[in-house]
Design a protein around this ligand. Sequence first.
Ligand code: SF4
Length: 475
Amino acid sequence: MQTDKIKFYPTKPSTELSDKMEEECGVFALYDSKPIDNVAYLAYCGLFSLQHRGQESAGITIANHGHLDTFKGMGLVSEVFNTDELVHKIGNAAIGHVRYSTTGSSNLANAQPLFAQSVMGAIALAHNGNLINANRLRNELELDGAIFQTSSDSEVILNLLAKRARLGLQQAISDTCNTIRGAFALVMLIGNKLIAVRDPLGIRPLCLGKIRGSETHVLASESCALDIVGADLIRSIEPGEMLIIDETGLNSYRYAKNTHRASCSFEYIYFSRPDSILDGLDVYHVRESAGRCLFHQKPVEADVVIGVPDSGVVAAIGYSEESKIPYSMGLVRSKYMGRSFILPDQKLREQAVKLKLNPMRHVVAGKRVILVDDSLVRGTTAKKLIQLLREAGAKEVHFRLASPMVKSECFFGVDISSKEELIASKLSVDEICKVINADSLDFLSLDNQRKILGGDQYCDGCFTANYPLDDIERV
Ligand code: SF4
């Protein structure tokens, strides 16, 4: 009998309104040996501050001394959870997840945390990132009798862990993490222990903090989620590091030797919030520096600098400070724009830009405008935006991008349009400039990006097509 195999697609065609790379997922966790006041509400707050990393589903698992209770649903954090109910939940630990489906479909079964029973006890798992060998591993597990309930690559991790449970906790995790390949920042509850793991290249971020005046440890994809629960940032989890936090305290182990790091450079450009610090680098500072570099790369006379809200604003401020050309709010973003529009047609996507962004006529009319955005994906938004600015009276529009040209897809948990849809994969800077009808165009150079980030220990595969791992399953 022919069976339908579920495949994990490293990238899926983006159907969102946004002409942006789509965020991956966000994870959050708390642990204390004693019950934590408002444990579920604190997890809710952490996820709320990571909402920008995934809007399709959200979930929280609460641990009460080994007993795990999971609540999850489709939609935004504020839609999924009833805060009146959350405040009554009791527990000493919790993990949480917000999801954007980069593999598997968008449905409740794929919402995380995922849950399984094993001889180690109950396991709840939340995963940010993409595995690049998930199809092969899933096939092997299925041939071995494993039954999958979701189409998410994260369930492969859960199965591998359960299969290795007899090895003991630390060895089971270590073996599992050395079997899976790709990007993974994991938080797990196993029995009464909280476990955090980061992949050997540190592709996806994960940081550790502690709530002030308590013994409560906190883990989060970004440090902005520590701030919201009153936790101080202690440090990032190292690539190849495993943390086990239980009543004995916090124990750190190396499950893999990392010879080099390859943290995602796009976290700094677009995904992470500007109030986050990742691996010791301030996201705001990186974006501001990109704006400063853009001025020096290709200076142009102009009257005003404006940024595309929200992710182009900080770079625009940097550009303005360096050039001494005044910064002004030239575009207003609708706060109430839904993210669930499915607009398969290019023309509809172009028109929809108007729903989201509106030019401030008095700021741009009769002016030579520098327009700054974080990145250029399909080019549809840029073309429409420049047209809108011209219709609002802008004399000239000079477009600047605070990242290099995006030429390739991502296999590590970021939903980039297929390569064919990426405008920079087909056209030169001059050709793109013509297509989007800008007066001039410039992208941050790769050299400048590396200088700003402080080295080459970052993944820049979507700019260079040189990926930090080469054995990628392409399905
Ligand atoms: S390919 Fe691009 S988006 Fe993907 S991990 Fe690397 S830098 Fe980040």
